[in-house]
Ligand binder design. Structure first.
Ligand SMILES: *Cc1c(COP(=O)(O)O)cnc(C)c1O
Length: 309
């Protein structure tokens, strides 16, 4: 895998090798809520002869339909907004049927030459546009076994029925919270693409017209050093009562996390810095509670950090 700055088209182009099989990116990344220029990256992927695979977990199909912007395969963690309650693990792969795996047959031998697992002709000959999904269902799902239990499937499907109502509320409340945080003196910066100050505001206007992300981060003013930042971030999080300290996202409840010591703690200090994450970075996943309660919770905790307010 070659990692690139997803906003840099030249970096995507320069990373292409004869062995490249796909481009992969998130529509809304985590924890800083960068918004991908899907069309730009899709065009570069197609010039290179490979599909664009999109992780649309944070946006969900309510906020964005990546097929409209050139994506070929979309993956979701259904554990998040699709289920909506943080109660069941699951995921989806959606083959949009747009990528021609026969155009460069040598690049995809598992699809274009007969496979012992599925006797007969190559998958593309037997199953046409369903070749890739057939490979996933046989080799990866049935043989390796990552299948949903019936009860998890029930919980995820029940969540899916209210996806549009929930996403509209998650996004609207997140916008309010981001705007409130942006004016608080204890906050140095809010990484939310719905704010005009965000470098991804234009992309959000184009790609997320129904509302921007409800998973985003903000930063406290930097202290003496990383330990000091950690201490103050921890003190802030300890004062929260509505927002719960948990590592997941996309829950009915508002969740708070400290990426540098939790979700991203496996990264080195240099990798954290390259990712724009400091010890003063705090991530939120805005839930479905009354927006006023969420705003009051954060404001009260921040006020305690900035005496005199
Ligand atoms: C959580 C998450 C995953 C992993 O999904 P699980 O359901 O936890 O296995 C993948 N991509 C994104 C963007 C996520 O937030």
């Amino acid at each position: 895998v070659t990692f690139v700055d997803q906003d840099d088209p030249a970096a995507w182009r320069a990373a292409v090798r004869p062995t490249t099989r796909a481009f992969f990116a998130e529509t809304v990344a985590n924890p800083l809520a960068q918004v991908l220029d899907v069309r730009l990256v899709a065009d570069i992927a197609h010039d290179a002869g490979v599909p664009l695979i999109i992780d649309n977990t944070v946006a969900t199909p309510y906020l964005q339909r990546p097929k409209q912007h050139g994506a070929d395969i979309v993956v979701h963690s259904a554990t998040k907004f699709i289920g909506g309650h943080g109660a069941a693990l699951g995921g989806l792969v959606v083959d949009l049927g747009t990528f021609d795996f026969t155009a460069d047959a040598a690049r995809w031998p598992q699809l274009n030459t007969p496979l012992a697992r599925v006797p007969g002709a190559a998958l593309t000959e037997q199953f046409g546009p369903k070749a890739y999904l057939t490979l996933l269902r046989t080799k990866y799902s049935q043989d390796l076994g990552p299948s949903l239990s019936a009860f998890n499937a029930f919980q995820l499907l029940q969540g899916l029925e209210s996806l549009d109502l929930r996403m509209a509320r998650h996004s609207a409340t997140a916008q309010t919270v981001a705007e409130t945080l942006d004016t608080h003196p204890a906050v140095a910066r809010v990484h939310h693409p719905g704010l005009a100050s965000s470098p991804w505001h234009d992309a959000a206007t184009r790609y997320l017209p129904r509302g921007a992300a409800s998973v985003f981060s903000f930063e406290l003013h930097p202290g003496a050093d990383a330990d000091d930042d950690f201490t103050r971030a921890a003190a802030l999080i300890d004062r929260l009562h509505v927002a719960q300290l948990v590592a997941n996202i996309g829950d009915a409840r508002t969740l708070v996390a400290h990426p540098a010591s939790m979700t991203h703690s496996h990264l080195s200090p240099a990798q954290l810095a390259a990712g724009g994450i400091t010890s003063a970075t705090i991530r939120l996943s805005i839930g479905l509670e009354d927006p006023a309660d969420i705003v009051a919770d954060l404001t009260d905790a921040l006020d305690a950090l900035s005496p005199g307010r």
